[in-house]
Write a new protein. Structure first.
Length: 392
């Protein structure tokens, strides 16, 4: 056990967390079992360690472990948790819990055997904690850690502290909010960079961002989708090809039958794989109102704009990038459907949005809220696109 504490202390001492994620204050930390899901690469490990450092420091009642450790995999989560509990452990932080084949049953054992032990674990966004693991129903609180918002990126890069805003607040007070930001910083100096390389925290590292993102995308498909969904390895090339075809075909309505034929899959299997890619946060699916999976999506977008620039850097369709940003930032707390006309979105079943590159394409219609790029401050129902990056 001593070696685990040494590793924990080393990681805490060398933690470099430039941004405190807002999720830290949204979680009810009094829960006995907390699951934190998120896309690979968004900083789940850093988040766990930041929590440990803030709340416990080097107090040995808290311990971080990673399920890549062969000792823990060999002993099992419940047995290891029992050893930790026996020496006074109160909070066990388990990273990549899905690496253990019986992780959900092991967590249930921990819950039943050690009532004074709190467990916080991270897992893949592909996981369905309650739907696919009934033993966790009623005992786990589930949260999602997302990539950096434009607000978080802007605060980090400019050294300011802009708060997040609810959608209704932005809609009702966007001119006031925009002016308050513009008094401190010019968002246009940072917005293009964010769209290109600001969603995943490894822009903070010295390595090549695109290469890191390519590795991360491959890991999402090779580990998150195949391992969690128990798909045979031989189907991996088909999943990768499907993702590539979706990524380079634009953001319109996909031809599922044609895609299935090109990859040599049944139509239903192709739809399932598309859903898995969405669960892995590689793509976002936008349906017409009243429809959902297994219906065909009305539009398929990359999960965030960084993926567009990395997968196909020569394609520079600003409308695709802007639509992708809009859907991604809305996706945290809102439901997005395809709007009535091309290029529009229906948010929460009632708000009609149109995303534009600039005001030159504006044909003002009072039924729409216009989210316009290349605009510093808006007016009436015309709102700068960057402002929606302050939603979290």
């Amino acid at each position: 056990m001593e070696s685990f504490f040494r590793t924990h202390d080393y990681l805490i001492d060398h933690l470099q967390a430039s941004v405190r994620r807002e999720l830290m204050d949204e979680i009810d930390w009094s829960s006995r079992m907390i699951g934190i899901k998120g896309t690979r690469g968004v900083g789940k490990t850093t988040f766990l360690l930041q929590y440990a450092k803030e709340r416990f420091g080097h107090d040995r009642s808290c311990l971080y472990i990673n399920m890549n450790n062969l000792y823990i995999q060999g002993r099992g989560i419940a047995e290891f948790a029992g050893e930790f509990h026996k020496i006074g452990g109160k909070v066990l932080l388990i990273d990549q819990v899905f690496k253990h084949p019986d992780w959900s049953k092991e967590l249930r054992k921990c819950h039943d055997l050690y009532p004074n032990l709190k467990i916080v674990f991270t897992g893949s966004s592909v996981m369905r904690l309650k739907e696919e693991n009934p033993e966790l129903n009623g005992i786990v609180s589930s949260y999602n850690l997302r990539g950096f918002s434009f607000r978080e990126y802007l605060n980090l890069k400019s050294g300011i502290a802009i708060p997040s805003y609810r959608l209704h607040h932005i809609l009702g007070h966007h001119e006031e909010i925009a002016r308050s930001v513009l008094d401190q910083v010019d968002p246009s100096l940072y917005f293009k960079d964010y769209l290109h390389h600001g969603f995943y925290p490894f822009f903070l590292e010295n390595g090549n961002y695109s290469e890191n993102l390519i590795k991360t995308m491959n890991m999402m498909m090779e580990v998150d989708i195949l391992l969690v969904k128990q798909i045979e390895l031989k189907y991996l090339p088909k999943i990768k090809k499907l993702f590539y075809l979706l990524s380079v075909s634009g953001t319109g309505t996909p031809n599922i039958s044609q895609l299935a034929k090109e990859i040599d899959l049944s139509r239903s299997t192709a739809l399932n794989y598309i859903k898995y890619l969405a669960d892995a946060r590689l793509i976002n699916l936008v349906y017409s109102k009243g429809e959902d999976f297994p219906k065909k999506p009305a539009r398929v977008l990359m999960h965030n704009p960084n993926l567009i620039y990395t997968i196909y850097p020569r394609r520079n369709d600003s409308q695709d990038v802007e639509d992708t940003f809009f859907v991604n930032t809305m996706w945290k707390d809102h439901v997005v459907h395809k709007g009535e006309k091309h290029g529009s979105f229906l948010v929460d079943g009632e708000l009609q949005f149109k995303v534009l590159d600039d005001e030159s394409g504006l044909r003002n219609n009072s039924k729409y809220i216009y989210a316009v790029n290349n605009l510093a401050c808006g007016h009436d129902n015309v709102i700068p696109l960057w402002l929606f990056g302050l939603l979290y």
